[in-house]
Design a protein around this ligand. Structure first.
Ligand code: HEC
Length: 160
């Protein structure tokens, strides 16, 4: 049987509520402010790439910020339970790239996609799949989360 579009939307919304709701037990539902004062400030302008790659302090702050703000949908320790994308896979297209220049460009592209997703959330046809985080925490916190996700991605960056 064909499901009418509107019904599909309602079903999806219910599924998100059902899965994200109980999963909230993993962390606070209210978005949490993130203390980033031990990280080098990045200024007012939105950067187009992660300034903290590999920085252990950023990984630590990012891990905690992720746990408090993202884990309820994206899964504890970034391991998705299936309701939202697995964020360990974000840079998967870049990892096999042999050409260092192309690889760097690939990371920048993914960084921009990540930042846009986090700033504005994911809203389609009026349905909020993911809330926007701009105004809830600063750019430093967003990049710290990206740095944390890079540290747990499925294919770790080759050690130099
Ligand atoms: C209420 C649940 C929810 C919360 C909380 C949430 N997300 Fe999401 N996120 C989603 C869903 C659902 C999608 C997929 C949306 C879509 O299909 O358009 C998504 C998509 C994304 C994407 C794009 C992934 C891709 O592969 O396209 C990124 C990046 C992301 N989220 C990062 C985060 C970060 C970082 C946090 C915490 C600061 C967070 N999200 C909090 C539900 C959530």
């Amino acid at each position: 049987m064909k499901t009418p579009g509107i019904l599909r939307c309602i079903l999806v919304t219910m599924a998100v509520a059902a899965f994200c709701g109980p999963a909230a037990a993993h962390g606070d539902v209210t978005p949490q402010a993130v203390d980033t004062k031990t990280l080098p400030p990045v200024g007012e302008k939105w950067l187009d790439q992660n300034p903290y790659r590999g920085d252990p302090a950023a990984i630590k702050i990012g891990s905690s910020a992720y746990g408090q703000n993202c884990a309820r949908c994206h899964g504890l320790e970034a391991i998705s339970g299936g309701i939202a994308p697995d964020l360990r896979l974000l840079d998967r297209d870049c990892m096999p790239q042999k050409d260092e220049k192309k690889k760097a460009a690939c990371f920048v592209e993914n960084d921009q996609y990540f930042l846009t997703s986090v700033r504005h959330g994911k809203v389609r046809n009026g349905a909020v799949y993911m809330p926007p985080f701009e105004g809830i925490f600063n750019q430093e916190a967003m990049w710290a989360i990206k740095t944390y996700l890079e540290s747990v991605r499925d294919v770790p960056l080759a050690k130099k």
